[in-house]
Design a protein around this ligand. Structure first.
Ligand SMILES: Cc1ncc(C[n+]2csc(CCOP(=O)(O)OP(=O)(O)O)c2C)c(N)n1
Ligand SMILES: [Mg+2]
Length: 327
């Protein structure tokens, strides 16, 4: 699957935006500027971008507790997201959702989700809606290696096959569920074989390699868009931070984090690949880096300056008024 220069630049910009968003969020949380519990996606950027570059229009995603990267990759406004983390009224959810509940339904982002494996069932509902309306939209759920130990995930996968709906199950194996290694928590060696048992194709990708994820996701999405029912994408790549910001990470092996950053960095991999083939130059990539840094600085300044919700906002946005929405 070849990508033109515009597509390459966009993919790199998206991955870099996620990286810098997360690293800045980390710094601001450690400085006491952002409250709440936060899980960072740093290191796994190629998964979200490799999948979401295939999505458009009314395609939906449903994310996880580690959801910033998925939302940015699907096109969430970066300033609105930063303001959301800050708990400000300018946030995508008016500061009432925070890190684990970022949502932007109008742009196909059905929400981050604090419930492990809470996403797959929702994506099956969204995929069923697409099928019933006769669109060729797909509904993607991202979930971690921990989700394939959860009943909701398996029920959703089975139902998607039974109903033959265009749900895409993206399983991101980062080798840990909280502080527990998959070697301990998963009772079989081949994690992806579990999902294949439901009767839909699963495409495996190396999460360090954007191009590999992009190709695997392309096959899965093509399968579902063509009306062949659900498909899976199984990506493997470690996270660069702890389970949550502040996690002391005593469960890591010696040198593991250094090795991850040194040898398994999807941004480095992308840069080496496109400069090696001559498709992009270091200068072009550096210019994107500078644009992204400026955007993140602006997002932080705006979030800092934005007003907080007031007591009067406490009872608004609690329930949806379907009648007012003409539903
Ligand atoms: C149903 C449920 N059980 C337990 C938790 C507590 N919990 C939060 S994140 C997490 C680990 C999830 O691991 P994984 O799915 O691999 O995602 P990762 O954090 O690695 O991205 C757990 C057990 C939860 N949020 N929901
Ligand atoms: Mg995990």
């Amino acid at each position: 699957m070849s990508l033109d220069k515009t597509a390459l630049a966009r993919a790199y910009r998206q991955m870099k935006t996620i990286r810098e968003f997360e690293e800045r969020a980390h710094a601001e949380i450690m400085n006491g500027q952002i409250a709440g519990f936060t899980h960072l996606y740093t290191g796994q950027e190629a998964n979200a971008v490799g999948v979401c570059e295939h999505l458009s229009g009314a395609d939906t995603i449903i994310s996880t507790h580690r959801g910033h990267g998925h939302c940015i990759a699907r096109g969430a406004d970066v300033k609105g997201m930063m303001a959301e983390l800050w708990g400000s009224s300018a946030g995508l959810c008016k500061g009432k959702g925070g890190s684990m509940h970022v949502a932007d339904v109008d742009n196909g982002i059905l929400g981050a989700n604090g419930i492990v494996a809470g996403g797959p069932p929702i994506s099956v509902g969204s995929a069923l809606a697409a099928k019933q309306k006769g669109t060729n939209n797909v509904a993607v759920s991202f979930s971690g290696d921990g989700s394939v130990n959860q009943g909701t995930c398996f029920e959703a996968m089975n139902l998607a096959v039974v109903l033959q709906v265009p749900a895409i199950f993206v399983i991101e194996n980062n080798y840990y569920s909280e502080h527990t290694s998959i070697n301990y928590a998963v009772g079989c060696d081949d994690l992806k074989a579990r999902t294949e048992g439901f009767g839909f194709p699963v495409f495996v990708a190396n999460g360090v390699d954007f191009f590999d994820v992009h190709e695997a996701a392309g096959k899965a999405i093509e399968h579902a868009r063509a009306g062949n029912g659900p498909a899976g994408v199984f990506c493997e790549q470690g996270r660069f931070h702890g389970h949550f910001v502040g996690d002391p990470q005593g469960y890591r092996g010696e040198g593991e984090l250094d090795r991850l950053r040194q040898d398994y960095d999807c941004l480095k991999h992308f840069r080496e690949r496109v400069t090696g083939t001559g498709e992009m130059s270091h200068e072009e990539l550096d210019a994107i880096d500078a644009e992204v840094m400026a955007l993140i600085d602006e997002a932080v300044s705006a979030a800092r300056a934005a007003p907080r919700p007031t007591a009067a906002d406490l009872e608004t946005d609690v329930y949806i008024n379907y009648a007012a929405q003409g539903v």
